[in-house]
Design a protein around this ligand. Structure first.
Ligand code: ADE
Length: 228
């Protein structure tokens, strides 16, 4: 898979692409990530990429020309399955969306900055808009990293068996059951006996029950689709 990320501050994403699981996936060639600076197609001597909003109001808006120029440049080389804009005024990201994106070949992610992106770019070029939550960050770089991370860990070969994505929270529509490691007793608290029993069937059942109970307690909204 190839992921291109367009940003006003691409350096913010450098360490994300070079460390840990994502860094390893890049180094092993499973995924290619390219960071692009919107200023490369900025206007004039100062490579301007933002401007005041028509109609007044607070904050600056990303001008359409640098974004369009980057999109033309990249799409001239290859076809993108989705051109995604990260923005808080969009549908919320969930595991279903991530799963659907993880089987694509080429993704272009645009990280917004300032107060927003000129609506004409959204109307003409963006094929998918995604928010990572009902709160506002100062830029779309961290949301772009969140999305890319969630996608990349699903690509075959990125995780090993021990970290397999199949047992993640949400993959079965439920939150994960609690997990424990050594020591068996910590500050007077014991690891549940069943996890030390060696009875795999009973452990599996315990985990399912715990996952269901935890989901009911913390995120009952996730069960709404499941219950008849
Ligand atoms: N940019 C700023 N806040 C955001 C959010 N919550 N989701 C996606 N992009 C954003």
């Amino acid at each position: 898979m190839r992921i291109d990320i367009l940003s006003a501050v691409p350096d913010l994403l450098k360490s994300f692409t070079s460390h840990s699981i994502v860094g390893r996936a890049v180094k092993s060639g499973i995924v290619e990530i390219y960071l692009h600076d919107l200023h490369d197609f900025g206007l004039g001597k100062y490579r301007q990429i933002d401007d005041y909003p028509y109609g007044g109001g607070a904050g600056m808006i990303l001008r359409p020309e640098p974004v369009a120029a980057w999109i033309h440049h990249l799409t001239a080389e290859r076809t993108y399955d989705e051109i995604i804009f990260m923005t808080p005024d969009a549908p919320l990201l969930n595991q279903n969306t991530v799963n659907a994106l993880a089987i694509k070949q080429n993704l272009l992610i645009i990280a917004g900055h300032y107060k927003g992106l000129d609506q004409r770019i959204r109307d003409k070029y963006i094929t998918k808009e995604i928010s990572i939550g009902d709160y506002v960050l100062s830029g779309g770089e961290l949301p772009a990293a969140v999305l890319a991370d969630a996608i990349i860990r699903l690509i075959p070969g990125v995780l090993n068996d021990e970290t397999s994505a199949l047992t993640d929270s949400f993959q079965n529509g439920l939150l994960s059951a609690p997990v424990y490691t050594r020591p068996a007793e910590f500050e007077g608290m014991q690891v549940p006996e069943i996890l030390r029993s060696g009875n795999h069937k009973a452990i599996e059942q315990w985990r399912e029950e715990q996952a269901y109970e935890k989901t009911k307690r913390i995120r009952p909204d996730l069960l709404e689709d499941k219950n008849p």
